[in-house]
Design a protein around this ligand. Structure first.
Ligand SMILES: *Cc1c(COP(=O)(O)O)cnc(C)c1O
Length: 392
């Protein structure tokens, strides 16, 4: 029945497993293992003859509820929750790839995702190529017969590049590769990559899905078959599973995800419009602004522009630091998607690992700051930004 729910209803009721006590709010099953009535029952459970839980590294009722709710929300076939967003990306890659395979990816990626593609995979004989994801000709030129996964993030972190998901899916499928989309910035509320042709969607649930900066988590979503044939056994044997406690926090947060993400995005729009007109701000990158180079594409594949804004402060690094240090409500932190507005200087934090040349190529200048707009009253945020910009 739950399959027919609309996403907002699925986010509240989807996947609920009620215990014999009939609790209203989903239970937290903080248990590593499960007991069996008899030795024979344990044998049957391990032989897969009797459905049920064996060990929380493989499955747990609270984690299962979170995975099922995410599956319904995303319109996927199945999901597996992981300890972090990076565990989701790494597991989704390693469970499917083999030595000799090739990965094609956009170059504007979250720092650790770029490390996986550029440095970790090649150590195991999996080659990779990074392209400018905005340029479809580059994807077409770089795809190879042995490309098995095509990976992209849209909008990207931190420069909000937008990639044509449907067009890249077509290029991936032309050689039988799967398209994996890191959908963290858009969330399942604003963008639905599977409907655009993607095969796998990954999230850091640490961001908007928790939404209150408490727990780390991740999730991989795909077809039932892909999860069963690739990810299920990989996770069972290698153990990147999420803790039941963190899964419970995420599960309860899904109930308000739609409301929060839309309010975040409305605040994002208000703040982006304010910044765009400001004399101390050299450039504003926000998919919801008409000035964004891929605004039309963004509005075609996303419902709203989201809550992350990147902008250049006049005066380079010194100007950016002076500005960040003068903010009162907005906190300096490298997280995003939190109810609290957070500001980051990517060149010296999240993207410090890149060389200055690599940073320049993806537009991470010394004056660039990334703002994750929270759920505060946008008028207070605009006043805070306005006051801090006077220090530049
Ligand atoms: C944060 C983030 C990740 C990594 O997630 P963690 O939960 O911190 O491991 C991956 N991709 C994007 C786009 C992110 O913003």
């Amino acid at each position: 029945m739950t399959e027919t729910f609309r996403p907002r209803t699925a986010a509240v009721h989807g996947g609920t497993l009620r215990s014999q006590y009939g609790e209203t709010s989903e239970a937290l099953f903080l248990t590593s293992g499960y007991v069996y009535e008899t030795a024979e029952a344990a044998e049957r459970r391990f032989k897969n003859e009797d459905p049920g839980f064996i060990y929380s590294r493989f499955a747990n009722p609270t984690i299962r509820m979170f995975e099922d709710r995410m599956t319904l929300l995303e319109g996927a076939g199945d999901a597996r929750a992981t300890a972090t967003g990076m565990a989701a990306v790494t597991s989704a890659m390693l469970c499917y790839l083999r030595a000799g395979d090739h990965v094609l990816s956009s170059r504007a990626l979250f720092g650790s995702c770029r490390f996986i593609v550029e440095e970790l995979l090649p150590r195991y004989g999996i080659t990779s190529t990074l392209v400018d994801g905005r340029d479809l000709d580059q994807w077409k030129a770089a795809i190879r017969p042995n490309t098995k996964i095509v990976f992209l993030e849209s909008p990207s972190n931190p420069t909000l590049e937008v990639i044509d998901i449907a067009a890249v899916a077509e290029i991936a499928h032309s050689v039988g590769a799967l398209l994996m989309v890191d959908n963290v910035f858009a969330t399942p509320v604003l963008q639905r990559p599977l409907e655009l042709g993607a095969d796998i969607v990954v999230y850091s649930t640490t961001k908007h899905i928790d939404g209150q900066g408490r727990c780390l988590g991740g999730v991989v979503l795909s077809s039932k078959e892909w999860i069963a044939d690739n990810l299920h056994n990989f996770m069972r044997q290698t153990g990147p599973s999420i803790s039941p406690f963190n899964a419970w926090v995420m599960l309860k947060s899904l109930e308000t995800l739609d409301l929060r993400v839309r309010e975040h995005a409305r605040n994002g729009e208000a703040v982006a419009h304010f910044l765009e007109g400001h004399a101390k701000v050299a450039r504003v990158l926000y998919p919801g602004l008409k000035s964004h180079p891929q605004h039309a594409l963004a509005m075609k594949q996303m419902e709203m522009g989201g809550n992350v804004i990147a902008f250049d402060i006049a005066g380079g690094r010194a100007g950016a630091f002076r500005f960040a240090n003068a903010l009162k409500i907005i906190k300096i932190s490298n997280n995003l998607g939190d109810a609290k507005s957070l500001i980051t200087h990517p060149a010296t934090t999240t993207h410090q690992r890149l060389t200055p040349e690599q940073r320049e190529i993806v537009g991470i200048t010394e004056g660039l700051v990334r703002l994750s707009v929270g759920l505060e009253d946008p008028r207070d945020l605009i006043e805070d930004l306005d006051a801090a910009l006077r220090h530049v």
